[in-house]
Design a protein. Structure first.
Length: 139
């Protein structure tokens, strides 16, 4: 993809997909690359990447926790810091963590951000499942 926005970056698609015949790997560029990078950041535990041991977001430490305002505040802080330190291509405008109204044990991490290079606004919702989270006190 050779257009004027390519300075935003190009990377492997996630999950990795190979082209027909196995001769190459599928790639994503620009805003799609940033969105997939955010998903990877939130799904990666710090220490999982050998050459980047600080990369990631420690959401897995919250599994099996009771859903309350303290948990929401902790997740908000950890996600904000991870994005601040590991995704310099965006400016985070707003982050909201809320409980799903339809599925028990599911937190929705909503991120509203601006791509610095194009000044375009985007948003994404990352689903975070808390196994066995049956004691919800949030409304």
């Amino acid at each position: 993809m050779s257009n004027q926005k390519s300075f935003l970056g190009t990377g492997w698609s996630f999950p990795p997909t190979f082209t027909a015949g196995g001769a190459g790997v599928e790639t994503v560029s620009d805003e799609d690359d940033i969105r997939q990078s955010l998903e990877i950041l939130l799904a990666t535990r710090p220490g999982e990447r050998v050459m980047q041991d600080k990369f990631g977001c420690e959401l897995s430490g919250f599994l099996f926790e009771e859903i309350d305002q303290g948990l929401v505040n902790n997740i908000t802080g950890i996600v904000s810091n991870a994005i601040l330190y590991h995704e310099p291509r965006i400016k985070m405008n707003h982050l909201d963590v809320s409980q799903s109204e339809t599925e028990q044990g599911l937190l929705l991490i909503s991120i509203d951000y601006t791509v610095r290079g194009t000044n375009s606004r985007y948003n994404m919702v990352y689903p975070f499942y808390l196994n066995e989270a049956s004691n919800s006190i949030m409304n």
